[in-house]
Design a binder for this molecule. Structure first.
Ligand SMILES: *Cc1c(COP(=O)(O)O)cnc(C)c1O
Length: 351
């Protein structure tokens, strides 16, 4: 049989939940689809595309819209096929086989996935019992590493490090610092305005969460112009297709709509958090704690994650299961009602 590297043959395909569930709160997507008038506007613009021509390699209109919405310089932004692709490029091109990257546990699984694929060694720093990052421990781990990457606010814990703590990290380490701000629309501690002050800072953002474009696969890296030049040179030239570029450019220019959706998601997530806090108080033997979220999802720490996850699936409700807890994404009011009723049913003592 053809010999292939074990790093490849040992891989298992990514296994998203695919069954038909009535309530989908497992993927941290926005629960707002685009308004029909905006979809029509996008359709008109897509009609104008020359489909026989390659797309703009720099995705200029999308980058301009992104830069304007987030108030960052255009020459600090690179577009990717989802921030996932940018994580892959950073791991393969800004590091090399044998490099060391610091990751945290628990955090987004793709960091370790790409590190292992590109033979980059991971140094894992554990979070404390309250799932928080100890910046001094992180700084110490970075001393003999080439890079550090983590999500802020964090998927799956929903917690975040404030700007002053990020500053402490940036001032203390000289390795590459990759901050994945996929959920920073829901919190106000972005450090995108620091990319020109630090030569080792790269920030990742995505259109898949607050912007509500998970279907379009558009992510962005924000870093100083020198690193932006390197990233643009390293990526595949036509990484973002013309349709996704058009969708992102159109939607990122709808500032009021985006802010409205974001604000609404924050309010609904707080409601979900309050309701689940009440459940935690009622069933302390089953649910350990729920954390005040900085994201569009809540994380419940529980030793019964598997059991509750399975029981929810049986009632048509999908959430994300981790060994020590459940991650539940913000949905509509109706979805929250269905979820909370189901949880109540599952948790209440049976006789
Ligand atoms: C969802 C998510 C992303 C987004 O990835 P895309 O490829 O842009 O859809 C990136 N990082 C984290 C931590 C996420 O949770």
């Amino acid at each position: 049989m053809l010999q292939l590297p074990e790093k490849l043959t040992a891989l298992k395909p990514y296994d998203p939940i695919t069954g038909s569930y009535t309530v989908r709160l497992d993927a941290n997507e926005s629960y707002f689809d685009l308004p029909l008038v905006l979809k029509a506007k996008i359709a008109d613009r897509i009609e104008e595309i020359d489909f026989n021509r390659y797309p703009d390699p720099l995705a200029a209109p999308a980058i301009e819209a992104f830069a304007s919405y987030y108030n960052v310089p255009v020459d600090c932004v690179t577009a990717g096929n989802g921030s996932d692709e940018l994580i892959s490029i950073l791991t393969s091109c800004f590091l090399q086989a044998g490099s060391k990257i610091v990751t945290l546990s628990h955090d987004f699984s793709m960091y370790r996935f790409y590190a292992s694929l590109y033979e980059v060694e991971t140094i894992t720093v554990q979070k404390n019992d309250h799932l928080q990052i100890d910046v001094d421990t992180l700084i110490a781990a970075c001393q003999n590493a080439d890079a550090v990457i983590f999500s802020n606010p964090c998927n799956p814990t929903s917690l975040g490090l404030p700007r002053n703590e990020i500053k402490r990290l940036l001032d203390a380490v000289s390795c590459l610092v990759i901050l994945d701000e996929a959920y920073m629309d829901f919190w106000d501690q972005s450090v995108m305005d620091w990319v020109n002050a630090y030569d080792h800072l790269i920030i990742l953002r995505t259109c898949s969460k607050a912007v509500g474009l998970a279907a379009a696969r558009m992510g962005f890296a924000v870093t100083n112009p020198r690193m932006t030049g390197l990233l643009r040179a390293a990526k595949s030239p036509y990484n973002c297709d013309a349709i996704s570029q058009t969708i992102a450019a159109t939607v990122l220019n709808e500032k009021e709509l985006l802010q409205h959706c974001r604000d609404e998601i924050i309010v609904q997530t707080q409601r979900l958090y309050t309701a689940i806090s009440a459940l935690v108080k009622r069933y302390p033997a089953l649910l350990e704690t729920v954390y005040a979220p900085r994201t569009n999802f809540v994380f419940i720490k529980t030793a019964y994650a598997q059991e509750i996850h399975q029981a929810l699936l049986e009632q048509g409700i999908a959430v994300r299961c981790f060994p020590n807890g459940l991650r539940i994404c913000c949905g509509t009011r109706r979805e929250h009602t269905l979820l909370l009723n189901a949880l109540e049913n599952i948790l209440q003592p049976k006789d």
